[in-house]
Design a protein around this ligand. Structure first.
Ligand SMILES: [Fe+2]
Ligand SMILES: [Fe+2]
Length: 350
């Protein structure tokens, strides 16, 4: 074997004194014979952090650019178990470094919050484990940083949308948060993919943004609306979709949920009078969540209904206002009120 590792003592021939903690030392020493000095110099110049563990996993010797790669001082680590500083992904356990040899791109080394991502390569001998730690390559690091940035941007977007949907007033804010959670759960159970679920979540959060254009005295009016006032209120889905048109990143299905969340299964809803499956699925889901939460909440003009009473209302309107399949899934799987549907069936049978 040639090169810098030619005399690297990885062949298990360390003597007893080298394997005990008091004599644990960096791989590079100043008192090496002249013949070995060149190799020592080469080892010292290794861009990786080199290490040698004993059978118990204790760090016996370290070298190369140990401190540069790990950020850990030799005197703080020698004689201590490597696993105190090194974390491998869960999937690599239980064998970890006790496998014959291995490469792990996702390890991290350090203490507390100061850990660094490293790539670890190791080889096990009879009485030792030797290996090296490297900083991930620029491509891997850039990809990781890019994905982190994207994740943070998506989180910020979610928060912004949730915030935007809850700005009308505190009561509306609570309603939006609850019905968004009902709608998301129903969308999951229906089997929407990640993009579909995001549209439902965002559509639910933003479903009534158009009410910002409805005058407050109409919005807060106790008692029935006049025909003119009603004509104003029914514009809110269209106004909502108009407001959101400027947000280019918003998926079309989210905007459709806002525009069509007052359509009815029988075509008697607004603004377009769409029928059955012509109503986008995001809107059909948002509508059920919206109505259920409105019924089960206190409003200025009514007390909260019980979940059972609201569930019975959804059943009565199933196939008229609401998509029957979604009503069934909502009652059975989201609310755990499937027995309401069975009771209704029994009544019909008798
Ligand atoms: Fe609405
Ligand atoms: Fe609503």
């Amino acid at each position: 074997m040639s090169g810098p590792f030619r005399r690297f003592p990885f062949n298990g021939d360390l003597d007893a004194s080298e394997q005990t903690v008091p004599s644990a030392r960096p791989l590079v020493q100043d008192d090496v014979p002249e013949a070995e000095a060149d190799d020592s110099e080469l080892l010292r110049c290794q861009p990786s952090a080199l290490f040698l563990l004993d059978q118990a996993g204790m760090l016996m010797r370290i070298g190369g650019n140990w401190q540069g790669v790990t950020g850990l001082l030799p005197e703080h680590v020698l004689g201590r178990p490597l696993h105190q500083f090194l974390k491998l992904p869960l999937g690599s356990h239980p064998r970890g470094l006790y496998a014959e040899s291995g490469v792990c791109e996702e390890a991290s080394i350090g203490r507390g919050g100061l850990s660094r991502r490293v790539r670890i390569v190791w080889q096990r001998g009879e009485t030792w484990v030797a290996g090296s730690l490297e900083q991930p390559g620029p491509a891997a690091r850039e990809a990781y940083e890019r994905s982190e940035k994207l994740r943070r941007a998506e989180e910020a977007l979610e928060q912004t949308i949730a915030c935007l949907g809850t700005t009308l007033d505190p009561v509306q804010g609570q309603h939006v948060m609850r019905m968004t959670s009902y709608a998301t759960r129903l969308g999951e159970i229906y089997g929407l993919d990640a993009a579909g679920l995001r549209s439902v979540r965002w559509g639910a959060a933003l479903h009534d943004v158009g009410k910002a254009r409805v005058p407050q005295d109409i919005l807060n009016k106790r008692g029935p609306l006049s025909a003119d006032e009603f004509d104003v209120v029914v514009q809110h889905p269209v106004w909502g979709a108009e407001i959101l048109e400027k947000l280019e990143f918003l998926p079309d299905a989210a905007r459709q949920a806002v525009l069509h969340h007052h359509e009815r299964w029988d075509g008697q809803g607004y603004p377009a009078g769409l029928v059955e499956e012509r109503i986008p699925i995001s809107a059909r889901i948002v509508m059920i969540a919206d109505v259920f939460d409105a019924l089960t909440s206190d409003r200025s003009y009514k007390d909260a209904w019980t979940p059972e009473a609201a569930g019975e209302f959804l059943l009565r309107e199933s196939g008229r206002a609401f998509d029957p399949e979604l009503v069934q899934l909502f009652l059975e799987r989201v609310l755990d009120l499937g027995y309401l549907d069975q009771d209704a069936g029994n009544e019909t049978d008798s």
